[in-house]
Design a protein around this ligand. Structure first.
Ligand code: MLT
Length: 404
């Protein structure tokens, strides 16, 4: 009889957002008359910007003619897109990243799950707590963790770095030495940001102990404060210790269109082996590239018209964030986030657990959010709302919550 990868049996329940979707579907089926407002999963609601739609149309037409048809995309992504990324997201910010250090992909979720493959199973992983579940689950599947301990609600052989009110939701350097450190800033789920000085401490630490930082900057477009870095490569020394993951989902609405990229500087080495060449090998073997038409759409994100339209779109969502934050504060809630990120992290009232508050909100306000405990033990007693709804739904949701 064949054997399965038993590491999968260590995973808890289903993926967080699948569990929520099932609960909401069951409630909705039992209460078909209730208008449910979904502020749970961080999925965008605004249409793709006109500059992106134009680029898509143009690329679709190209695919319909033999002379401009495109088959398999180059392994690392099309040069036109990698050049635009290197210039706009890095070089214009003073970060030394070259186009051939960028790997275009179908999004940051797959990259953040897959990147661990190029590291030894012996490596010790450190994650923030609470954390975007993909980093941890991918390491569980690979066999880099111990079993799940129901009492502590955590996996063995993992360094959990608590992010709490006390540390402003930015983790302290761990006591135990990690090999792979996952950081996400602006943060999902807490909506917190890290300053450049704080991030530089992490970079220095990683270089000192020989660890790699896997830095998820998917929410970079939402940064509004001056001292918050847009990329880890703004920090001196990051080229020898960091990998950065980026997404087109949150800044440009590509959640259904799928596009992202990973940056691996050529200076990032283990002995004399460059991680860049390992990921290039992995990418070439297991991936056939994001579609041409989608990469053309991604290029339009960096056009003058695209930039302006997306600035407006981000502004639209951040106005929602403000409405949620101010509305909840006025209703007596303790709230965090929402300034450099499209997530609002609130404390559940009346000592309710995160899942109790989820049910309470669903049943009494018909509003869906995400229970903090779904992101890790330190998320217990917290709840996440996203600013990615429509303006109208955001206003309505807050009105309903205020009436509770
Ligand atoms: C979230 O709600 O945390 C995000 O939508 C997850 C994701 O981007 O995959």
């Amino acid at each position: 009889m064949f054997k399965i990868n038993e590491n999968y049996l260590k995973l808890q329940g289903s993926y967080l957002f699948s569990t929520i979707a099932k609960k909401v579907a069951a409630y909705s089926a039992a209460n078909p008359d209730k208008g449910i407002i979904r502020l749970g999963i961080g999925d965008v609601t605004q249409p793709l910007a006109p500059a992106i739609i134009d680029a898509l149309h143009g690329a679709v037409d190209e695919m319909g003619k033999a002379e401009s048809f495109h088959g398999y995309a180059p392994d690392l992504g099309y040069e036109f897109l990698r050049n635009a990324i290197a210039k706009n997201d890095y070089q214009d910010r003073g970060a030394d990243i070259q186009p051939d250090e960028i790997f275009v992909s179908d999004g940051a979720k797959s990259d953040s799950g897959n990147i661990q493959e190029i590291f030894s199973l012996d490596n010790k992983v450190a994650v923030c707590d609470p954390v975007y579940p993909v980093y941890l689950d991918a390491n569980v599947m690979a066999g880099r963790t111990g079993d799940f301990n129901q009492a502590t609600e955590s996996f063995g052989n993992v360094i959990y770095m608590p992010c709490s009110e006390a540390n402003g939701f930015v983790p302290e350097l761990p006591k135990e030495k990690p090999d792979m450190i996952y950081l996400c800033f602006p943060n999902n789920p807490t909506g917190s940001a890290i300053t450049k000085a704080q991030l530089k401490e992490w970079v220095d630490y990683a270089n000192r102990i020989g660890a790699v930082i896997i830095y998820d900057a998917a929410y970079e477009a939402y940064i509004s404060e001056e001292d918050v870095p847009h990329t880890i490569f703004e920090c001196e020394g990051a080229r020898t210790c960091a990998i950065e993951l980026r997404s087109f989902s949150k800044n440009a609405g590509f959640t259904g269109t799928r596009l992202g990229y990973t940056v691996i500087p050529k200076d990032l080495k283990c002995g004399d082996v460059a991680l860049h060449s390992l990921w290039a090998r992995r990418h070439g073997t297991k991936y056939n590239g994001a579609p041409y038409i989608i990469q053309r759409a991604g290029e339009a994100v960096y056009s003058e018209a695209g930039k302006q339209q997306l600035k407006d779109q981000v502004g639209y969502y951040m106005n929602n964030a403000r409405i949620i934050k101010e509305g909840l504060k006025a209703a007596g809630y303790t709230v965090y986030g929402g300034v450099n990120a499209p997530y609002i992290w609130l404390k559940t009232p009346d000592r309710m657990t995160s899942w109790e508050f989820f049910d309470y909100l669903l049943e009494n306000a018909n509003v869906v959010g995400t229970p903090g405990s779904g992101f890790g033990p330190s998320g217990e007693g917290y709840f996440r709302l996203t600013a990615f709804g429509s303006y109208e739904n955001t206003i309505a949701a807050i009105e309903r919550i205020k009436k509770l």
